[in-house]
Every structure is written in structure tokens, then in C-alpha cells.
Design a protein around this ligand. Sequence first.
Ligand SMILES: [Zn+2]
Ligand SMILES: [Zn+2]
Ligand SMILES: [Zn+2]
Length: 368
Amino acid sequence: MDEKSDCIGEFDPNIPEEGPSAPPPGWLDSVEGYEDPKDEDCPDQICPLPPDFVLQPEQDRNASVPNVKVPQVSEDVAREALLQFVGKKWAYSSKPAQNLIFKDLRPFTVYRYRLETFTESRSSSWEHEIYNGQAVDGAQYGVVPPPWQVEVQHPPRFTDMVQKVRVPHTASVKTCYRCRGKGQARCMHCHGRGRTSCLSCHGVSHGRNRRCTGCHGRGNRVCTWCHGSGNRTCRKCNGNKKLLHFIELKVTWKNQVYEFIPDRQPEFPVKKFEKVSGEAFFTDESVLVYPIVGFPDQEICDASKEAIQEHLTKYSVVSRILQQRQTIELVPFTRAFYSYNGKDYDYFVYGTENRVHTTKYPSSCTVL
Ligand SMILES: [Zn+2]
Ligand SMILES: [Zn+2]
Ligand SMILES: [Zn+2]
């Protein structure tokens, strides 16, 4: 006796099983310049840069830094900044800071080199939306522009942004690949039968005086997903049976930044400089910039040469270089030596923000 399966209906053979989650190969027309991605897991296909967009730097060209005048922090200025900072920072134990005796304020020249390369890259992918009669910009309206000729609105220079645009004349309407144009698909939860096994009694036979209230003893109940019909509206086309396919171009602008500060103070973590600003005294901006020569700090010259080469190798082929900018900043940096209660201490003041770094400070226990 197989009471259970007798009660569960058969599925309607006209309603298909759900199709693939993405259009199968060959479903969409091929468009020149927009090749299908080779990797199925990554539907974005990078648009190769046309050869005439690849920049060729001029040979043996350099940039020189004219009239470098290194601003020096005077001891008076450094002392004033220091006292203000300490007063704010350690208000709870300002006594040592107020009464310490400065022995020396030693300024150091710290340069920061920065190279920014502003790039644009493009990738394409097939996208779709439900078709319900909207305008279709298809091939009959004109020739599809190659990826790098699709017009977009540029953001300001050196600003990160992503913009998505539909490639003109690539739209077409096709039968929904998921439901094969039926607008419905067989319910996956009940396999099209409209009823599912009862979860309360698991479809097991019942005693005469203990009838399952979940299924009234039938052993199965109406499928909650399809409300007993065995079919569900197609999730892809929402029952509209057709989809509008088009190529979407994703344009990505990115400011690639390289920064370098020579690490010359073993007692000061060079990473701390990343959080503070300096004063830019040299800025050089152009489509391509060239290595700095003749600057008194050779490490800065070397960094410039290396960074420019690195950015050119990294970004000039897969993306388009729109603009470059190199700057040299002077980052204020002073080491202060002082004594308090007969003991010697020191700390660093750095950045235009006058931040302090110290590993030892007279114990706050001496206060109160
Ligand atoms: Zn039951
Ligand atoms: Zn169902
Ligand atoms: Zn569908």
C-alpha cells in the first residue's frame, strides 16, 4: 500500500524544469570587439588597450627640481609647537611637560616622494533585464563602437570612480533562457507535484486516535512554495517570457599612489609618517612624468626612477594612463631632548600636525 504517492499529483509535462542560471554558450550573438570571457567564473572581460593608446616615454628624459629651498624649523617655532601639543595631549599629567628642561631640539630633513598615476580601464559583460516592451537599441540603429570609443563622462583627475554604461546598439530581445519562454518553471521544492511530505509526521502512517494535525493524516501537504500548483513564476523573467540582453561597459578610474620616505631614524617607526602631512615644495604634473635628477637626496631620485618605471610596467598595458603627478614634500620632524627630575628623556614631533611619538615619558605617578 503506497497511500502517500497516490495522494501526490503528477507534474505537468508542458512546464519545463528550470534552465541554467546564466545564458548557455551561443545563446547571445557575438559582437566584434566584445569577446566572450574565457573564464566562466568571471563574466567581466577586460577590453585590451588599442596600441595607439599605449604611451611610449621619451628616452633619457629627466625632471629636475629647481631651486630647492629647504625650509628649516627654527628652535623657537619647534619649542612653541611642542609645548602646545604636550599641554593638550597630556592634560591629565602636564606637570612633567611644563617643568621639563629642554636640552636640545634637533630638526631633521625628511622628504616624502609621491607618484600618482591616474588610470582608466574598461571591461565588458553581457547583462540583461526583463523585457516588457521598452525600447531596444539593436544592431539596426548603427555600428557598435569599439570599447575604447564608447563615450563616458570623466571624473576629475586623480579621483577614483566606476561608471557603467550600455554599449550602443548591442541590445536584443530573446526568449528567457531560464524558462525557455514559458514564463513558469517546475517548482523545485515539490518537483512539480504540488504537495510535499508532511514535516510534522514525515509522512509516516498514523494511529487511529493520533491523527497528525499538520496533514490531517494524509502524510503530505500543499507545497508552500508553489501553493499546490507545482509550478512557479520564472524568477528570471518574472513571467514575462522574454529578456532584453545588452553589453555593459564598466569603466574604472583609479589613482594609483606610490609613496616613499627614507628610513633613517632607527628609533622612529617610518610608518608613522603615513598619517601626517608635509609641505609640498615640488610638483610636476603631465601625462607622463620623468625621473628626478640632481636633487640633493639621492634616495629620492632613486625612488622616483624606480616608481615611474614600476607604474609604467604595471599600468600602461592593461589600463590607459591619463595623467601622472610627482611631488616632493618636506615633512617636519624634530627630536626633542629634555630632562625632568634629573633624568634624561626624548621624543619626536612630526608632521605639520605636530604629532608626538615617544616611548618614554616621566611617570604620571609623580603628579598629584
Ligand atoms: Zn502529517
Ligand atoms: Zn511546489
Ligand atoms: Zn523566464
